[in-house]
Design a protein around this ligand. Structure first.
Ligand code: PBG
Length: 327
């Protein structure tokens, strides 16, 4: 006779839920929104079914709809009408993100508004910092870029952002942003740092959505090499020293090992970014009838929780919220 029978606790749904170790809550979700100054009404993103570029007014309505479904936070990306070599619209008082923050706060005052702080969408060359470009050779200037990132973060805080999320991967950006926020009187604006962000092929669809693909070269001189895990821990340690309030690992599913190590080691509020390519893969396979969209997406969300994520940035947030409600 077998005495050890793990299956005893799997017999009924109630037993299974009694011993379940992890679950996804709607409050774990962060919903990214693309806000564009170049459109008159929403435009679907071809490589990301269900994702749109919105006008400011539409973004506010979308945020409100998400809020009513229990989603407590949005992450904003801006697509400006004008791009230049100083990313001026990234820190313009009336810039697209700054206007969107104010509109969302008006429509859904309790919504936690997080802004992506990066320059790539605002730079004519599409790099995440000030760049010197000679043919294929791109040199992204670190320290000169910090000042612009800090100005962008302060302008987001001034518009009412609760949390700023630097995603550029320049060295020292968290300190620079913290100092600038404090100096401007925004000591309560938190920083969610994209601390371990890899140079990933999974960002492809996002660059369509945000119109931010680099015109020359790639991002490997600032985003991390996908081969490196220990370096990711050093990056996260630095950002925490520099006063990051929360840290993020990005992408998600191919980097669960990094997520796990970061949470184990630092015990910080930890976010994971379920990136555009991960979202697009499930959408494409589901559209072909090859995987079940609800089942695969919820399993991915659960995997993030199991690996240590407190927060999940996902384009599927509204679907996940619906499925969690049993829809
Ligand atoms: C901006 C930024 C990117 C993403 C988030 N912020 C693109 C990039 O680094 O090229 C990617 C998000 C996604 O793929 O969903 N730097």
């Amino acid at each position: 006779m077998l005495t050890r029978r793990p299956r005893r606790l799997r017999i009924t749904p109630a037993l299974r839920s009694m011993v379940r170790e992890n679950q996804v809550a709607v409050t774990d979700l962060i919903y990214p929104l693309f806000v564009s100054e170049r459109i008159a009404s929403r435009v679907p993103v071809g490589s990301m079914p269900g994702v749109f570029q919105y006008t400011v007014e539409e973004a506010a309505m979308e945020a409100l709809a998400a809020w009513k479904e229990g989603i407590q936070s949005v992450l904003l990306f801006g697509i400006p009408a004008e791009k230049d070599e100083q990313a001026q619209q990234a820190y313009a008082g009336e810039g697209i993100v700054q206007r969107a923050v104010r509109a969302i706060k008006k429509a859904a005052p309790q919504m936690i508004v997080i802004t992506d702080v990066c320059l790539c969408e605002y730079m004519s060359h599409g790099h995440c910092g000030i760049a010197e470009i000679e043919g294929d050779h791109v040199h992204v200037l670190n320290d000169a870029s910090l000042e612009l990132l800090a100005r962008a973060a302060v302008s987001h805080a001034a518009a009412g952002a609760d949390i700023v999320a630097p995603s550029d991967m320049m060295d020292g950006r968290v300190s620079a942003i913290r100092a600038a926020l404090d100096e401007a009187g925004f000591e309560n604006t938190a920083i969610l740092s994209y601390a371990a962000k890899f140079a990933s092929a999974f960002y492809g669809p996002f660059r369509d959505a945000a119109e931010s693909a680099p015109q020359a070269g790639d991002r490997r001189s600032y985003q991390m090499d996908p081969a490196n895990a220990l370096e990711a821990l050093r990056e996260v340690a630095l950002d925490i020293e520099e006063a990051a309030d929360m840290v993020m690992v990005k992408p998600g599913l191919p980097y669960l090992d990094i997520l796990w190590r970061v949470k184990e080691r630092f015990e910080m509020p930890t976010a994971v970014y379920h990136v555009s390519g991960e979202y697009a893969m499930v959408k494409a396979a589901a559209a072909n009838g090859w995987v079940d969209e609800r089942g695969t997406t919820l399993e991915v969300m659960l995997a993030f929780k199991r690996a240590g994520a407190d927060l999940i940035v996902t384009y599927a947030a509204r679907d996940v919220a619906k499925w969690l409600r049993g829809g």
